[in-house]
Write a protein that binds this ligand. Structure first.
Ligand code: PLV
Length: 351
């Protein structure tokens, strides 16, 4: 990994043997989970914060976030000596607030879902004269995210066969589309993944109009914007864009598979505590066979495209080419996941 301009790093592009075997095409993982703040968000948010700092007029920044945009804002603001206030909804896991405070940010928890927190961020911007860093709806954010495609161009052997992205408000998707256009790759099929209950783009795509969801009912809270940004909706009308939805359980199973049969590892650790070390070692070796990376459910939605058979189904339906030259999975990451949070989600989603 080398340092680029800005706060993000050039992330590894890994070939996944396990995933390639599952879908019969080469799968490349763009490991945005390796960014300093744990997700791709630092690309666009870092770029926007730099712009704000360069204008030298800002008294500070405010960002409403499900977690990761806030992490990126807090990180970039600390580096730029800008005061940062992050507004989270109560649905964001508690571990995030502490991480934000560790970055020196002021944290407020307002409302139940991201849209509530966003209303408070806009109010604060007005009353305290702060600059809004939007988590997904800003051209500077999309420009920053588009760097992913430039890196793909530098490291892929040829044009990707298809790209998979998770969609919350649609900022990552917009950045990828912008980058593809710049690269002359505008015809590459893009698969947009969301979870049931956080599926604002899918609903808009089907209705052929922007739609506001009545509520966010998915545990993938980082995908939980009630309305997609207009630019994402406009891009979704292109013929190479496919929108698909998976359940929270499918996203969770994908997270577990990506890590490598986590439950079994926990069982093994319990055994280890009872001094049955051999069984423990066996289990760890047996089950740590996939990618060994822990990501959020928001990212699990993308991974489920492979693990839940969405790619094969789309190929059978003639909506994706068969054979596919390659598949690029944007492993968007997510910092609001640890082993305790994973166990919590396992209990809530499998109840
Ligand atoms: N998360 C935003 C919006 O939350 C945030 O505030 O962090 N994957 C991960 C790990 C994410 O954190 C997000 C967005 C996405 C995917 C979707 O990105 P988007 O919003 O640009 O489509 C409510």
């Amino acid at each position: 990994m080398s340092k680029q301009n800005g706060f993000h790093v050039v992330t590894p592009l890994l070939e996944s043997t396990g995933m390639s075997k599952r879908i019969g095409t080469t799968v490349y993982l763009k490991m945005e989970s390796s960014q300093p703040t744990g997700s791709f968000k630092i690309r666009g948010i870092g770029y926007m914060c730099q712009n704000v700092a360069n204008s030298k007029k800002s008294k500070g920044v405010v960002c409403s976030s499900g977690g990761n945009a806030g992490m990126a804002t807090a990180y970039a603001a600390r580096k730029l000596n800008l005061p940062a206030t992050i507004v989270l909804p109560s649905s964001t896991p508690q571990l995030v607030a502490q991480k934000l405070k560790d970055q020196g940010a002021t944290v407020k928890v307002v409302g139940k879902v991201w849209d509530d927190a966003n209303a408070e961020a806009l109010r604060l911007a007005e009353s305290e004269d702060l600059t809004v860093i939007h988590p997904f709806n800003h051209p500077l954010v999309w420009k920053g995210h588009s760097s992913i495609v430039h890196e793909l161009n530098a490291s892929l052997p040829s044009k990707p066969g298809a790209i998979v992205v998770s969609v919350g408000g649609g900022g990552l998707f917009c950045g990828i589309m912008e980058g593809l256009d710049e690269m002359g790759w505008g015809d590459v099929p893009i698969l947009c993944m969301e979870t049931v209950g956080a599926d604002c783009l899918n609903v808009a795509w089907k209705a052929r109009d922007l739609v506001t969801l009545p509520d966010i009912t998915s545990e993938a809270t980082c995908l939980g914007a009630k309305t997609a940004c207009r630019q994402a909706f406009e891009y979704s009308k292109r013929p190479n864009v496919i929108s698909e939805v998976v359940t929270d359980l499918q996203a969770l199973e994908a997270v577990e598979l990506f890590l490598g049969k986590f439950i079994s590892v926990i069982k093994a650790i319990k055994q280890l505590n009872n001094n049955k070390a051999c069984y423990a070692v066996d289990c760890c070796v047996l089950y740590s066979d996939e990618e060994r990376v822990l990501v959020e459910l928001a990212c699990g939605a993308s991974l489920a495209a492979v693990y839940s058979g969405v790619i094969q189904r789309l190929q059978e339906e003639g909506r994706l080419p068969k054979p596919l030259d390659s598949l690029v999975m944007i492993v968007c990451g997510g910092g609001s996941m640890n082993l305790a949070q994973l166990q919590h989600l396992q209990a809530v989603i499998r109840k």
